[in-house]
Design a protein around this ligand. Structure first.
Ligand SMILES: [Zn+2]
Length: 467
């Protein structure tokens, strides 16, 4: 029997808070109450003065992904270990088939890679191409393998982008199977046009990346994806919302009853597009991701959307590369591997800017970092809450402690951080993942292979999401 007693803290969930002790036993939350006793052999974590919350769920990661002629720097071990050090106890990563590759075959490859994860993980499927075989295999993915969310791309012309006609067919298939449709919403045609224009004008630096992906491209594609989902009547999840126009489109749709769930990333709430004008290539290229960081005025609109519930989940889109990998695009911004890290930093940044900044309550923090992702992706009630019988995925955060985020001290397997030098107050002191004490005040006790796969159930007909 394995027992951990978390004593003396304030338990916070999406719904409220209470002073209580929490006992984990054999991977589950076994008891919650005041003055719980520790038995012989029970490990005790002192949570005095601290907040005890559900472990973070990061619904948007890319570990070990082969991409743009290289492979993401964090594999399923280093990435999930870094996650644990930052208070995240579950991720949902994206399986990415090659063009014309069987999605079931791709899943087998990802399952093999993910075997070494140290925290629990689930998968979304990227709809990397469309055809009869893909559509057929979706049934087995949903019913046998527990993959109940499928991501469609309106961006990346000549790559992952699908024409609207195929997206509509894919959405219909999702509806039929009780799956959630996800979209990367940027207008790929316009971006290709603007990229060519930038190159023709001699702009090859990372600035060209931002110039060729203006926020109007995201606003348009978000509205178009919503229209398709509304007509097909399938629930839609919009990943990594970065633009005010996109948030507005989502708010309008939700207001008239369309089932749209949307996610943002901490970076979009705090980093602006001036990073792309930085003279140091490593710095500018280190921030290249899609969509890009936006002009500063978008940040207030996104915070507003977070506060009013338009954006209900946060992920990281963790997809990190080293400076050397980013050099692939030294002479052409189109060849810079797209992606930034952050799996380790999400909770710290959101607590610091959100809770300390007076923008969100601790309860909203739990909703944004854990509970709403669990609800949106059918991991609830097993994850995302502190209740007897739920998985013992629990973190202890000390609101008084401070820490400086830096590439030099991070566990993320890269030499760059978009949060370099940022001092945050509110530090995750302990991470318990399904009953295992993986992070103990600076001591990372991750172990390859202890994470378990999280198959998810379909929504049983038209989605009845709780968010
Ligand atoms: Zn992504």
């Amino acid at each position: 029997m394995n027992e951990i007693l978390i004593r003396g803290g304030t338990l916070v969930t999406a719904d409220g808070r209470q002073r209580a002790d929490l006992l984990c036993r054999d991977g589950l939350i076994a008891e919650i109450g005041e003055g719980l006793d520790a038995g012989a052999g029970t490990e005790v974590i002192d949570a005095g003065g601290c907040f005890v919350m559900p472990g973070g769920i990061d619904p948007h990661t890319h570990l070990q992904l082969p991409m743009m002629g290289t492979v993401v720097a964090d594999d399923f071990y280093t990435g999930t270990a870094a996650a644990a050090a930052g208070g995240t106890t579950a991720i949902i990563d994206f399986v990415g088939p090659e063009r014309d590759q069987s999605p079931l075959e791709a899943l087998a490859i990802w399952q093999d890679w993910a075997d070494k994860a140290t925290i629990d993980y689930g998968f979304h499927m990227t709809v990397a191409w469309w055809g009869a075989r893909f559509s057929e295999e979706m049934e087995a993915l949903v019913r046998q393998h527990g993959i109940t969310s499928f991501k469609f791309f309106l961006a990346y012309k000549g790559g992952l982008m699908l024409p609207d006609a195929e997206i509509i067919e894919g959405f219909m298939r999702c509806r039929e199977l009780g799956a959630l449709a996800q979209v990367h919403a940027e207008n790929g045609e316009l971006i290709a046009h603007l990229q060519a224009k930038a190159i023709a004008a001699g702009i090859t630096s990372p600035l060209g990346h931002a110039l060729s992906r203006p926020s109007i491209c995201e606003g348009e594609a978000t509205g178009r994806a919503i229209a398709m989902a509304e007509i097909v009547d399938v629930p839609l999840y919009v990943v990594h919302v970065s633009a005010a126009q996109a948030a507005d489109a989502i708010r309008h749709a939700q207001g008239r009853g369309v089932k749209v769930i949307a996610e943002t990333l901490p970076g979009f709430l705090a980093i602006d597009d001036s990073v792309y004008r930085h003279p140091d290539f490593d710095f500018a290229a280190g921030h290249v991701m899609s969509p890009p960081y936006r002009p500063r005025e978008h940040q207030a609109a996104l915070w507003q959307a977070v506060q009013d519930g338009t954006l209900s989940t946060t992920g990281t889109d963790h997809c990190c590369f080293t400076k050397a990998q980013k050099q692939l695009g030294e002479h052409d911004f189109r060849k810079i591997p797209n992606g930034c890290g952050g799996i380790e930093d999400r909770l710290h940044v959101l607590w610091h800017l959100g809770v300390n900044g007076g923008r969100i309550t601790p309860e909203q923090f739990v909703a944004l970092t854990s509970a709403n992702a669990a609800k949106s992706f059918n991991l609830w009630p097993r994850k995302g809450r502190l209740e007897v019988g739920a998985d013992a995925d629990v973190i202890v955060l000390d609101p008084a402690r401070t820490k400086t985020l830096s590439a030099a001290s991070q566990y993320q397997n890269t030499d760059f951080s978009v949060w370099e030098g940022m001092q945050v107050q509110g530090v995750v002191m302990h991470t318990v993942s399904r009953g295992a004490h993986l992070w103990a005040d600076g001591d990372l006790r991750s172990e390859p292979g202890r994470g378990r796969y999280l198959p998810r159930t379909p929504f049983g007909g038209p989605y009845q999401g709780r968010v």
